[in-house]
Design a protein around this ligand. Sequence first.
Ligand SMILES: Nc1nc2c(ncn2[C@@H]2O[C@H](COP(=O)(O)OP(=O)(O)OP(=O)(O)O)[C@@H](O)[C@H]2O)c(=O)[nH]1
Ligand SMILES: [Mg+2]
Length: 206
Amino acid sequence: MDSATSRASAPLGASASNGLKIVVVGGFGVGKTTLVRSVSEIRPLATEETMTQAGAAVDDLTGVTTKTATTVAFDFGRITLDARNVLYLFGAPGQERFWFLWDRLFSGTLGAVVLVDTRRIDDSWYAIDRLEKHGTPFVVAVNDFGGPSFTPEQVREALDLDPHVPLVSCDARSRESSKLVLITLVEHVHTLHAADRVRPSRQELV
Ligand SMILES: Nc1nc2c(ncn2[C@@H]2O[C@H](COP(=O)(O)OP(=O)(O)OP(=O)(O)O)[C@@H](O)[C@H]2O)c(=O)[nH]1
Ligand SMILES: [Mg+2]
């Protein structure tokens, strides 16, 4: 029995009334499904399909030659924060032909995690572009595949990242590491909301 299966029966508490949605997004094969799987307290719903010869022309396996399955809709997981608050995690599909689903997935989100693989940094750029257009707060997490190591400044420059966007490194296979990414996101969202609260309203300015 895998560890996810042993988590399958964690029931949602009756007092849970506040659902917060987080989306995990990024290029093809950057570890989105792996992250949702490692932190979810329930056995995650995953919509992975085996990659076959039929998709060889559109599935770009450069840098991820051992990959055998891909997300075709989304992953879904859950983390109970306290008696009232529950985090719902959605892992986006990474392949370009499924990107049309992203805008729907972003709707109503507290924030997003953008995963990056340093072997294919550019692949996660589109996710950042979409999130910025959508006005969704996000953090960037560099997932450790043992690829070339770049300084945070180099990653920021490659992704044209705003200085205020947090950038962390992680191993999506590790529950603790993935939890730290989510904590970074929640703290970032909290900081943004706190800044909004102290900013004087338009009326106070006149
Ligand atoms: N070395 C290493 N491998 C990882 C890490 N995270 C994920 N992997 C592996 O990378 C492969 C791809 O991971 P997935 O979680 O399927 O990636 P994905 O982003 O969901 O892929 P798509 O949904 O197809 O875009 C899997 O074989 C994982 O086991 C990591 O941090 N380090
Ligand atoms: Mg996936």
